[in-house]
Design a protein around this ligand. Structure first.
Ligand code: DHE
Length: 557
């Protein structure tokens, strides 16, 4: 799928510090030679656009293995060989340029012909191994900008902090804090590069924002003008963060997971002072050692002092008990490889996470500390947080969209409520696949809404990528409406795609906010729909609204 479109200072620093390990290989006449400058350029493009799906070491995850040569033996002892050298320069240029039916997106609208050729050469060369990042490195990066004692003791602004949005401005390394009531941008805050998610503190006062470059920023919403009060660089490449949310530990600790190096950091919740770094290197569920098992989604349980930490390449789900950080206890739950994003069921007892390239969803029972189910789904499930609602025929369900299939999958989830006992026989089964279109990234509904929303941001068709689909929860047999968000915005048409991405409800479930995500030089916007009438209520746009993607409503978070 699509990955960062931007250069960043952090990426350059990381990439120039990478060890060049391919010198010996270049003597092999099969391997295309590259000058040092070409190699540096290709490394930077690889980190920004390819590593998220294929891994820094190119061993594959959501995307395929991109090593020059690989071999694998399946459980029946059958050996398969492959690799980039086998595919060769011209086939690789085509794949990178035009994408594949297997889910690889096209880059011909992002990379020049020369860059496509460079990347095809680069992946036929041996991958470089980036540096490690120690506890000391983490500690050296720690900054407290406003000490706890100097922070306000009460809310100093008049914003409705129960309906506030933290919006990723992906290509500028910022988040926009937008008032959900007035729709005004209250503050634009400098953060790490291409922020991935914003997570709220249990108190509702702080927002934790993690950049792809591993920079974690703590934003205090009580300040007259909300801003960053502490910062920590947890690694070189990161996607996830949360705080401790169990009773008695509310926001005492924070945790952030890193893609490179593969590890997670536990820190103080209000200062970000690092306390512990834990490596995630180890064995996959198939029993093979993996050198780069990246930390994907992390969520905090509210029924135990535990975080659910999903390790992508190994397929191991860790329940990390934070009640004694010095003597850390972890339950390791085997599921399936390529764990990615996920969300809670309605009861918040089960966490459902996509094992995306395995075409499965794993459900963890956080009460019993066990795998509850491993469910086969259509290709490449991509739930975001997923969505819970009560299906007219099958009772409580959790929904996920798919990057690689034209359906939304509904999985029946258990409930202790008596009125749902009759649906027990369906639990953990796929009860319906609603016809959608491929390239879906996020699905949403709200307990007070009668609608279900899904985007199709990664669809190769411009019109579809700029649209969202809405279903009536009372009749899921067909979509109720397809809304072309770009057209509905009333903004001038552009040649380049402005992807309609990440529907997010406001606090009371009456509005749905959708990002219209254009290129860095296009005018982007957030289009706010009335959830009842499905008409546009407001288009939030501003010259500073550059590449908005994820939007995190403090209440729904
Ligand atoms: Fe995401 C969630 C990883 C590309 C927008 N994304 C997540 C999570 C992970 C992840 C592990 C779950 C975090 C959690 O819950 O703790 N995303 C990755 C990638 O590895 C990938 C495929 C490639 C990359 O290089 O990053 C990737 N993601 C994207 C994008 O291109 C998106 C569309 C735009 C952007 O801003 O980068 C994007 N990802 C999001 C959003 C969420 C997310 C908005 C949170 C969804 C939610 O509703 O909670």
């Amino acid at each position: 799928m699509n990955i960062p479109r931007l250069s960043s200072v952090a990426a350059v620093v990381l990439l120039t510090s990478l060890a060049i390990s391919a010198a010996a290989q270049e003597k092999n006449p099969e391997i295309p030679s590259m000058t040092a400058v070409e190699k540096e350029t290709a490394k930077k493009i690889y980190f920004e656009r390819c590593a998220g799906c294929h891994g820094v070491l190119r061993k594959g995850a959501t995307g395929k293995n991109l090593e020059p040569h690989w071999s694998k033996t399946d459980k029946d002892g059958k050996k398969t060989e492959g690799g980039m050298l086998q595919l060769g320069q011209s086939r690789l240029e085509k794949i990178i340029g035009y994408g594949t039916d297997g889910g690889m997106v096209n880059f011909d609208d992002i990379l020049t012909k020369e860059e496509l050729s460079l990347m095809a050469k680069y992946i036929q060369n041996t991958p470089d191994v980036p540096p490690e990042y120690s506890f000391k490195d983490t500690m050296d990066s720690w900054k407290v900008i406003v000490a706890v004692k100097d922070r306000p003791t009460k809310q100093m602004n008049k914003f409705n902090l129960k309906n506030f949005f933290s919006v990723t401005l992906r290509d500028t390394g910022e988040v926009a804090l937008i008032d959900g009531d007035t729709k005004e941008i209250r503050s634009i805050v400098k953060t790490g590069y291409a922020v991935h998610i914003s997570r709220m503190s249990k108190s509702g006062r702080y927002v934790y924002v993690i950049g792809r470059d591993g920079r974690l920023s703590l934003i205090d919403l009580w300040m007259e003008k909300p801003g960053v009060v502490a910062e920590l660089k947890i690694g070189f490449d990161a996607r996830s963060v949360d705080t401790s949310k169990f009773k008695g530990y509310e926001d005492k600790y924070a945790i952030a997971g890193s893609y490179w190096p593969p590890q997670y950091v536990i820190m103080d919740g209000d200062t970000l002072k690092p306390l512990k770094v834990v490596s995630t290197r180890g064995m996959t569920v198939d029993g093979e050692y993996h050198p780069e098992p990246r930390v994907a989604s992390i969520v905090s349980s509210e029924i135990k002092p535990e975080w659910v930490v999903n390790i992508k390449e190994t397929g191991q789900i860790l329940l990390v008990d934070y009640s004694d950080i010095k003597n850390l206890k972890t339950t390791t739950i085997e599921s399936a490889k390529f764990l990615h994003d996920g969300g809670w069921d309605a009861s918040k007892r089960y966490f459902l996470v996509a094992a995306n390239a395995s075409n499965k969803v794993a459900a963890v029972d956080t009460k019993l500390g066990k795998l509850a189910a491993l469910i086969d789904t259509a290709k490449l499930p991509h739930p975001g947080r997923g969505a819970n609602f009560v299906h007219p025929q099958f009772g409580p369900v959790w929904a996920t969209g798919h990057l690689g299939a034209d359906v939304v999958t509904l999985i029946s989830t258990p409930s202790e409520e008596k009125k749902y006992a009759k649906y027990k026989g369906y639990n953990w089964k796929v009860v319906q696949e609603m016809k959608h279109m491929p390239g879906n990234l996020f699905v949403k509904t709200h307990p007070k809404s009668r609608h279900f929303w899904a985007d199709a941001s990664q669809n190769p068709d411009k019109d579809l990528a700029e649209s969202v689909v809405v279903w009536d929860l009372a009749d899921l047999s067909k979509p109720k409406k397809v809304l072309n968000v770009a057209k509905d915005s009333g903004m001038p048409e552009t040649k380049a795609v402005r992807r309609a991405v990440h529907p997010e409800y406001n606090a009371d479930g009456t509005e749905v906010w959708i990002s219209l995500w254009g290129g860095k030089t296009d005018q982007s916007a957030i289009v706010v729909y009335d959830d009842k009438t499905l008409t546009v209520k407001k288009v939030i746009t501003d010259p500073k609204m550059i590449t908005p993607t994820g939007k995190f409503n403090v209440y729904n978070e």
